[in-house]
Design a protein around this ligand. Structure first.
Ligand SMILES: Cc1ncc(COP(=O)(O)O)c(C=O)c1O
Length: 402
């Protein structure tokens, strides 16, 4: 006996890729370059290790689930600075909770949002809307919370954003939870103010919980992406129905720290505090101290942002002439239309020892057309130092040119 929800899940993308490449030899004499995982390879600032060492005396303590007041205040202050929010709109005590990386918190949003019973007068379960392609954790949260996942295509024709507002009102009526990845993984697209205002209006009209996954918010070329709380501020400061998630994994190149936060609607934050007490690993105090210093520092973030911008310039110069290339405004992924992402991933491994993620592995079949909207694409993670990225991109070009 086990939970039948397992049968509703696709194989996790990284396992699926490992299976695809299993037994397929790479060329001899060249090293593998891993471009399939969005793990920043540039190190976090040195002060991270120093602060962890200074706080070593706290390894003996169980960390409290709400973290420390100073961590929560650092997060609230960062949000206020970054999004030019009115002073006091975000309060560390009422509106912020730390999380051990945002992956776990994103999953818990399903438990927070989806009721056990069915919507009134409806035979179908509550719906959870996720973008398609999707960060698989949203999909898993929908399935394990007993909701019905609805993957909504985010095509180039809609600026790579899901058209939630265009859905049948019958679906919106029974929607409990909506995820938006902004900027999006994998396409690096962000919602305009108009798009985001409509989405928050929709959440309040249909009373669903709207989760903004903003872990890529600090990696952009051009204007900074608009955040969910910024839109709330524009709408008068009401936070109802909205939570945003932020992480140090991408912004500060510290995925191993497992440190981020959830902020927004005080009622939802309160409920999330209960979930954390029952089901979450609290962030250890030495790591929280390092995290606090990272939220208080922008210099390393500016350096990281400039590094990624350089990588995209290099990518443009090497791959710009290849049909299907485009350079996204946000995030650190290339999202290449190669015609058949799976075939391209196989060929790149076999001929160039480069591992990339087939776009189709990051998407579900569309509930309306039955097709996988990302099957044509390949995701390439631009996370390395410049020489490695250049080498990888040259190898990709030599394969894709043929
Ligand atoms: C879209 C998206 N959201 C959330 C996460 C999770 O980040 P973390 O748990 O490291 O904060 C990732 C990691 O790759 C991601 O791509």
């Amino acid at each position: 006996m086990r939970n039948p929800a397992f049968d509703e899940l696709a194989v996790y993308p990284f396992w699926r890729l490992a299976k695809l490449l299993e037994g397929v030899p790479k060329p001899e004499g060249i090293d593998e370059i891993a471009l399939q995982i969005g793990e920043p390879k540039i190190p976090p600032p040195d002060f991270v290790a120093e602060i962890i060492a200074e706080n070593a005396g706290k390894w003996g303590n169980y960390p409290p689930h709400p973290g420390t007041a100073t961590y929560r205040t650092a997060c609230a202050n960062w949000l206020t600075r970054r999004y030019e929010l009115p002073k006091g709109m975000i309060d560390g005590e009422r509106n912020v909770l730390p999380c051990a990386g945002t992956k776990e918190a994103l999953f818990h949003m399903g438990l927070l949002a989806v009721p056990r019973d069915r919507p009134t007068g409806n035979q179908k379960p509550y719906a959870v809307l996720v973008p398609n392609p999707v960060y698989q954790v949203y999909y898993g949260a929908a399935v394990f919370s007993g909701g019905e996942p609805y993957p909504i295509a985010a095509p180039a024709s809609n600026n790579f954003m899901p058209d939630y507002a265009g859905l049948d009102p019958g679906i919106l009526e029974r929607t409990a939870l909506v995820y938006l990845c902004n900027p999006s993984n994998p396409q690096g697209a962000s919602g305009s103010m108009d798009y985001l205002v409509k989405l928050i209006d929709l959440a309040r009209q249909h009373d669903f919980i709207l989760v903004f996954d903003e872990c890529y918010s600090e990696i952009y070329r051009g204007d900074p992406p608009i955040g969910g709380l910024q839109v709330c501020a524009k709408l008068g400061g009401d936070l109802s129905n909205v939570v945003v998630l932020h992480s140090l994994s991408k912004r500060s190149s510290a995925p191993g720290l497992r440190c981020g936060f959830v902020a927004g609607d005080p009622n939802l934050i309160d409920a999330y505090r209960t979930i954390r007490s029952y089901a979450s690993v609290a962030v250890p105090l030495p790591l929280l101290a390092a995290g606090e210093a990272l939220w208080n520092d922008e210099a390393h973030v500016d350096i990281n942002r400039a590094h990624y911008a350089d990588l995209f310039d290099i990518a443009e110069s090497i791959l710009g002439h290849i049909p299907g290339f485009s350079s996204p405004p946000g995030g650190f992924y290339l999202w290449l239309d190669v015609g058949d992402g799976e075939a391209a991933a196989l060929q790149l491994w076999r001929e160039a020892a480069v591992k990339c993620m087939p776009g189709g592995y990051m998407a579900q079949n569309d509930p309306f057309t039955g097709e996988n909207p990302a099957a044509r694409y390949l995701r390439v993670c631009l996370v390395h130092d410049k020489p490695t990225a250049q080498e990888a991109l040259e190898r990709i070009a030599s394969v894709l040119e043929t």
